[in-house]
Design a protein around this ligand. Structure first.
Ligand SMILES: [Zn+2]
Length: 369
């Protein structure tokens, strides 16, 4: 069992993404739904926390809040113009900053709070306060660019956390593993010329944002080689994801030799996510996390932090997230995933898995692995 920090703040549940049906704002042909209706709602995150309370897992963790990210900390990553525009809109009635990045009044302060959770989780592990940590961040951060919000993301939580850790002299080399079903384009863009931050995004090809160059993006300038994308075909499930970890992720961690591994923990590659077409199970997330923990034990003193990103199935995110936290803490709880038997029956068949793994092999070869 490990000493695991769990960072959360009630204010993160109060961020609003406005009235929508899934991702379409209400109006015109879109009828308003009950309880806001936007896919990025607090409910999946609240239910994850509540399930952890009910299972007793929360009692085994060091539960922490955090101070919001400061103006100095956000300015290390984001442009002054972007931060000023975000603050002004947030002080008014809210608005939209980039593609699919809606927010309401007060979301600037809540986004700073979310980034503060990520920062303290990373610093908590690097300082030795915790062995591992989880930050239940909301709004998420991995699509956000230096000067533009995107895909429900308003500040780069992981970017701000890495910059804070560097400013504190706490670590030099960071490996960011992003298994959200969408491309971690924001984190990639922020660190694309940085040789000491390896960003690796495993995602469904051409889902969001569409039209980027994917496998060919290996970093820029001094950062060449320190960015990797693995754009998977839709329909990948438990076996293909574990194969991707074994075939691509572990060798990259081994060769990069990070001081810490940060997981951008999107849970929207799950079997029933409304915004993705993958088939991961709660057991997939448990095993992927355990594999990363084993690599971290070997290469970076077991230092792993998971930062919450996407995940839109209010029913299933809690079970997937619970398993990630259990694995970080080295605990096997009594929790039973009631969906698992049916979802197992619905996994891709052997021929499909063989095709998916062949696609991973082809990409791995092109990556020189
Ligand atoms: Zn996502």
């Amino acid at each position: 069992m490990r000493n695991t920090g769990f960072y959360l703040s009630e204010s993160c549940f109060w961020h609003t993404t406005g009235e929508a049906a899934l991702t379409a704002p209400v109006g015109g042909w879109v009828q308003p739904m009950a309880a806001g209706g936007h896919a990025e709602s607090p409910e999946s995150k609240r239910r994850m926390r509540n399930l952890m309370d009910m299972s007793g897992l929360m009692k085994a963790l060091d539960v922490c809040d955090a101070a919001p990210a400061t103006a100095v900390e956000t300015a290390r990553i984001h442009t002054a113009g972007y931060l000023a525009e975000f603050k002004a809109l947030s002080d008014g009635r809210g608005g939209m900053l980039g593609v699919s990045a809606p927010f309401g009044r007060g979301s600037f302060e809540i986004a700073c709070q979310s980034a503060g959770l990520a920062r303290d989780a990373v610093l908590g592990v690097l300082s030795g306060r915790h062995d591992t940590a989880y930050a239940l961040t909301r709004p998420p951060g991995h699509h956000c660019l230096a000067d533009q919000g995107m895909g429900f993301c308003l500040l780069s939580n992981i970017g701000i956390a890495i910059a804070a850790a560097r400013a504190a002299g706490a670590a030099k080399r960071f490996f960011v593993l992003d298994w959200d079903v969408h491309h971690g384009n924001g984190t990639q863009a922020i660190f694309e010329d940085d040789p000491d931050v390896h960003t690796l995004s495993i995602h469904q090809a051409n889902l969001f944002p569409t039209g980027y160059s994917g496998l060919e993006d290996r970093g820029v300038g001094d950062g060449a080689g320190a960015n990797t994308n693995l754009p998977l075909p839709s329909g990948c499930g438990h076996d293909a994801y574990l194969y991707a970890i074994e075939r691509v992720v572990l060798p990259l961690i081994q060769s990069f030799r990070p001081d810490i591994i940060i997981i951008a923990n999107g849970l929207d590659a799950s079997h029933v996510d409304p915004l993705g077409r993958m088939s991961c199970l709660s057991s997939t997330y448990a095993q992927m996390t355990s594999m990363i923990m084993a690599a971290a034990d070997e290469h970076c003193g077991g230092r792993v932090v998971a930062i919450h990103e996407g995940g839109y199935s209010e029913a299933y995110v809690p079970f997937c997230g619970h398993r990630v936290v259990e694995s970080l803490a080295g605990i096997q709880s009594d929790l039973v995933d009631p969906f698992l038997p049916k979802f197992l029956e619905q996994q891709p068949d052997a021929a499909q898995v063989a095709q998916q793994c062949a696609a991973i092999d082809t990409m791995a070869a092109r990556l020189g692995l």
